[in-house]
Design a binder for this molecule. Sequence first.
Ligand code: ADP
Ligand code: MG
Length: 727
Amino acid sequence: MTSGAEQAQVDGGRRLRQLATVHVAVLKRATPKKLADLKALGIDSVLDLVTTYPRRYLDRTRKLDVKSAAIGDEATFLATVTSASGRSLGGRRSVVELTVHDGSGSLAVVFFNQPWRVQQLKSGTLALFFGKVGDFRGTRQMTNPVVDVVAHEGEEVHSDRLLRFVPVYPSSGKVRLTSYDLGQLMGEALRRAGAFADPLPPLLRQELDLIDRTSAMNQIHQPESEHEADAARRRLAFDELLRLQLALGLRRAVLQRSARGFTHLPIDLETSTRNDASLVSQLLDQLPFPLTGAQMRVLAEVSGDLSQSLPMHRLLQGDVGSGKTIIALLALLSVADSGSQGALMVPTEVLAEQHAQSLRTLVAGLVHKDGRPFCLELLTGRTRVAERRRILEDLRTGTVDVVVGTHALLTGDVAFKELGLAVIDEQHRFGVEQRAALKDRGGQKRDPDLLVMTATPIPRTAAMVLFGDLDVSVLDELPPGRTPITTHWARTDLEELAAWAAVRQAIDRGEQAYVVCPLVEGSDRVAASAATQVVDELSATHLVDLTLGLVHGQMKADQRRQTMEAFRSREVQVLIATTVIEVGIDVPNATVMVILDAAHFGIAQLHQLRGRVGRGALASTCFLLGEARTEDARTRLEAMEATTDGFALAEVDLQLRGEGTILGARQKGTSDLRLATLATDGDLLVLARDVAAQLLVDHPFLSGLEVMSEELRLLLDEDEAEFLFKS
Ligand code: ADP
Ligand code: MG
């Protein structure tokens, strides 16, 4: 902001990029001390400064009478000091005591360790005092309030002009810079910046009922009213969300432009039209149940993607037990029918083993049109060397139709003849990088289709941010015949005893139960030893005389498989497990689950765990044990009691934890979200998404929207910007 630049109002206003190149040191109020503080706050450029938004506002318009203020009120008084005295409490400690009066009554105001207040607030001084009215031995008192001196004795004041919204900036204990100082710097910066260039066309702004950028920047820092602050926040939060959605839309467009996909056969579900020799047809014929309406709808969506030349990028969200596996399998079979290979990847080897096992049962006896048996293989780190060599060879020659494994399949020495479809199960964090790894598979001319499946329902808003570049399908219907799970949080010893009694009753009825061990901090080994301890305790107490089995992540695969098999065959009555049972285990005869120390699990995890019961026609119960030490923990357990709807639980989770944990710190573009939050700005996000979509239609690759595209480049993650704008 040299004087030259100050006149350079390109395109009718200051660009954010210009402000990014100007250091805060140009501000007259930025003394060396303040500069050091700004630096500590991460503020270097004027852009950093003006995009440091107030955390909240002090509403000084809601002035109270001293007389009517009650203990506990947070209030602002405009009052005159009637007496002031200070004394030392020994050492560096001191106290300043005032009496202030506002015409309605008086109040005691006390400052600790601010000896200069005696000089600042002499008798006769008129000042604003903001703080909480406390109680000191039965009298009302304000301690260490925020003070703005309005006038010294004898000065004239127009008090009505003083009462307005005052911004409170995020503070840091490390620096002395006050909210007031920041506000002053902000004022200078905004004055000197003048008008801002607006990336939104005026007509669109009007249509969306958004104020212009210049007003928004000024009003967010210096609002005259709550209404002004709200309007500013809405505009600037919208800008953040719009940039995010534009980035996702651009990413999609860039990917599509460079895409070289497969044209697979569609998945034909119609008995009358389908080719009976196809693998899809064979599976449908031997399926012991009809597909649900939701499954058919999702299959139609997937089928449409498979048969188009653009690579599929689809996320399938479906609650635990909604029947996602069959969707994946039919897609994989259709790809095999079309002559290429498929991979099914899961986060852990345990899961891969379980998946392979249940899929093998489903595909038993399937043959290709030429009589060759359908071939599904499991490939993990535990696969023996010779076996591994054979599978790798068969993958290269195309003998293997589908390989099941972990994400390691995408890296290392695994080469396909031609990978036509990758299915990622139980993994909504499957990141952009991994998707890129899929795309850049060496030696392959075409990009495989991608289906990402998750049983961790993600709130709609978060999905829009996380997966804005994916199409989304939802399985919102459970297969028929499921009886809803009842959940009890056992809050007392008595209720806990009832939970164990319920386990025994279930066993008496010939049913089975799970006990989930407490979440242990530390290594797998620590968790395993804790789990062993749980078995020892339970077998001596509540579950004495029952046949218990134990599975944890440290066991050898064989041993674990044996125990699981024993549970499936009902030889083991109660399966005690660490969170390794979180996903993938399907034993419909298990009807009771007891989760120890439930308050330590997150909502998503509890929901996943609970999904292991209620998988058959039998009524199931889930008991949550242990107390909740925090308000959040209580909310979590109560939500679990109240609903089995994964999407509803995901919303609760979002409200409790904010988007940070859901999106992950590294999620591209979210670092630009300073004002917008997913938990509260859902409507704005939907609006931003729609506007982004329309803008990208009207302005392909943002052509003609120069300010917008410049801001996107400036505020997005560097790699992301590079990717989106390299072309
Ligand atoms: P998830 O979505 O959790 O992966 P699964 O695919 O494992 O769910 O399916 C859960 C159970 O429901 C399995 O035992 C599966 O065989 C069964 N299932 C799937 N679809 C149907 C259906 N349409 N009718 C009845 N049972 C079904
Ligand atoms: Mg599954």
